[in-house]
Design a protein around this ligand. Structure first.
Ligand SMILES: [Zn+2]
Ligand SMILES: [Zn+2]
Length: 160
């Protein structure tokens, strides 16, 4: 379950509801995180991604200037951004954990196995079920993931 419901003022990132790098930097500073040049570069690179991405892809992205030495900074920064709701963690079609930009509210995604496009949707059919299961099993729920895998219209058209 998303813990962060702050809706960013700005949508300079282009996608509605997505954080701009400025919003993300402000959110981190708000929470007392130190803002360094490597972190700024990682934030900018993360928010530029149009598709879900892995931490390793950002390490490899020359713009982050991360390389081997910066790997832990990339991982740590992405974790912070996810905890702030700037990014959300989802699973791709092969079950690999990936990040997707712009998720200030609780969201699930339709994930295309062909091109990797993730289409967010806000309805959550899992919340009631999770509460019932928690009650019946004396279990404290900390969250859940739900991704729906398939093929987008463009990929199906290309395959025809
Ligand atoms: Zn597709
Ligand atoms: Zn949900």
């Amino acid at each position: 379950m998303a813990t962060e419901t702050r809706i960013p003022q700005s949508t300079r990132g282009g996608r509605t509801g997505a954080y701009s790098p400025q919003d993300a930097i402000a959110a981190m500073i708000d929470r007392g995180y130190r803002m360094t040049a490597p972190r700024r570069a990682i934030i900018a690179a993360a928010l530029r991604q149009e598709r879900p991405f892995t931490a390793e892809q950002l390490v490899a992205d020359a713009a982050t200037n991360a390389g081997e030495s910066g790997r832990s900074t990339v991982y740590r920064t992405l974790e912070i951004l996810a905890s702030l709701g700037v990014l959300s963690r989802i699973l791709d079609a092969s079950g690999r954990p990936v990040y997707v930009a712009g998720a200030p509210i609780h969201r699930h995604h339709l994930v295309c196995a062909g091109c990797g496009t993730a289409i967010p949707f806000n309805a959550c059919p899992v919340g009631d079920l999770a509460a019932t299961l928690a009650r019946e099993n004396d279990f404290e729920v900390h969250g859940h993931l739900l991704e729906i895998f398939g093929a987008c219209g463009a990929c199906r058209a290309a395959a025809r």
